[in-house]
Design a protein around this ligand. Structure first.
Ligand SMILES: Cc1cc2nc3c(=O)[nH]c(=O)nc-3n(C[C@H](O)[C@H](O)[C@H](O)COP(=O)(O)O)c2cc1C
Length: 446
């Protein structure tokens, strides 16, 4: 029996997410991202396809590394304009009952006290379907927007995040006892004050002396995601993440990363999702035709603006065939490594542009529905990943095809669920309601 494959839609509350330029395709409706109908339709579609979740990326700041200007990003709708992902979730939760929501939130600019309340609110309103992709940002433009000169150094951001996690775990797990809310109308006691604990924290980055404002939500701590696979990122993931999101790539490379992550996290289990872009047709020829058609709408400028910011390299300074000096940098180190793997040792602008294909950092998987189903099953076997975060191309057709054609093909192979497991997001993923020892959130419970 093949291993079960889990699917998340990888999206963002904006027009151009990963495959830049697709909004210019006549069938693409991503420019409706600022309407509720857009998100309600997506949520219903994903739940019909038994997707585990909708994974929402987010970024603070604009992409202004290319030519030192945000113009290319603005022109091409490259992750700007961008809405707040947390705000669109309750509406989607109201029209679904099983779909999980993984929200990316940057912890660098919001105090733990405020952020903990926002996540608890969402966990209540979704009945325990919230996940959090923990990020610290990678843009100096965000730091400047917050009144700082530049962002913290790469590894220091992870150190700061470690302390942040300590504080939010205490708010979520320690502050209110399970039996704190009595709701005893006869006695006139809603909350038993003796069961609510004030959290005192005096750390390097954060100070706090307060009880959590919310009563415990179904999951307390949201399902924790992390995407960042530098050495320091792996150590952070091994300590905190329940799910890790990796860039795609050749199976042997990804298999190594997965094995290293799991070894670091052991005995804690980690579910791993890998990014993928699918272009499917009834036949391979139809898929190739579709790729060519999509490609005519892709934006190389948009892709360069995105890559420049996430790699921390201004490609505007390089000629087409000039070797690019790409050290680890202060942005996303695992993206630099993934790009080098994809283009080979000679890292040039022309090589990058060849890789972009649909205007992104990922090479699409192209083939008939049956071929793609076989390749996904094989990839999971070869790498040990649990599933895929599917980035969008032309929306919504790219996901309608997955739900109506690919999911049944995977089900025929015994590689996809035929019904949701019961319970919260964490219960669906791990069969357990709460984080357990040795996870630091469980230790915070005391
Ligand atoms: C696949 C992938 C997706 C990511 N998505 C986001 C995102 O939506 N928002 C964000 O601020 N950072 C995002 N990041 C950045 C990382 O989460 C991380 O905080 C950081 O930039 C450092 O990564 P590194 O350890 O690989 O250097 C992403 C990284 C990867 C590899």
């Amino acid at each position: 029996m093949p291993q079960e494959i889990r699917l998340n839609a990888f999206d963002m509350a904006c027009v151009g997410h990963i495959q830049h330029g697709m909004w210019t395709h006549p069938r693409d409706t991503s420019a409706n991202y600022n309407t509720l109908e857009h998100w309600l339709g997506l949520a219903r579609l994903l739940e019909r396809g038994l997707f585990d979740g909708l994974f929402l990326a987010d970024v603070l700041g604009v992409y202004d590394v290319l030519d030192g200007s945000p113009d290319a990003a603005l022109r091409g709708a490259v992750q700007v304009p961008l809405l707040d992902p947390a705000m669109i979730v309750p509406a989607m939760a109201a029209v679904t009952s099983q779909l999980g929501f993984g929200i990316t939130a940057n912890l660098s600019y919001e105090t733990p006290y405020l952020f903990a309340r926002r996540m608890t609110t969402l966990d209540h309103l979704t009945n325990g379907r919230i996940g959090w992709n923990i990020v610290t940002g990678y843009l100096d433009s965000a730091a400047r927007a917050m009144g700082l000169g530049r962002q913290m150094a790469h590894d220091d951001r992870y150190d700061m995040a470690d302390e942040y996690m300590e504080v939010v775990y205490r708010l979520w797990e320690e502050s209110w006892a399970d039996d704190a809310v009595r709701r005893d109308a006869a006695a006139g006691v809603f909350t038993d004050p003796s069961r609510v604990r004030r959290i005192r924290h005096e750390g390097k980055q954060f100070r706090l002396d307060a009880a959590h404002l919310c009563e415990p939500s179904p999951q307390r701590t949201p399902v924790l995601y992390q995407a960042g696979a530098s050495s320091r990122g792996m150590v952070f993931a091994a300590k905190h993440a329940e799910c890790v999101f990796l860039n795609g790539g050749p199976a042997p490379d990804v298999a190594k990363q997965v094995a290293a992550l799991r070894a670091l996290a052991a005995p804690r289990p980690i579910r791993v999702f890998v990014g993928a872009t699918l272009v499917m047709g009834r036949t391979r020829a139809e898929a190739e035709e579709k790729l060519a058609e999509y490609r005519r709408h892709s934006s190389v400028e948009g892709a360069l603006a995105h890559a420049a910011a996430s790699l921390g390299i201004d490609f505007g300074r390089y000629g087409m065939d000039e070797p690019i000096e790409a050290g680890p940098g202060n942005a996303i180190q695992s993206n630099v490594a993934a790009m080098k793997r994809a283009t080979g040792p000679r890292f040039t602008k022309r090589g990058l542009i060849d890789q972009f294909i649909l205007g992104s950092r990922q090479k699409p998987m192209v083939g008939s529905v049956q071929e793609i189903a076989d390749r996904l099953v094989a990839y999971v076997e070869e790498t040990g990943v649990d599933g895929f975060n599917l980035s969008r191309t032309v929306f919504p057709e790219c996901l309608v095809e997955v739900v109506d054609q690919l999911v049944p093909a995977l089900q025929e192979r015994g590689a996809y669920k035929t019904a949701y497991a019961p319970g919260t997001y964490r219960e669906k993923l791990f069969g357990a309601a709460r984080l357990t020892d040795p996870h630091p959130a469980a230790l915070a419970r005391g």
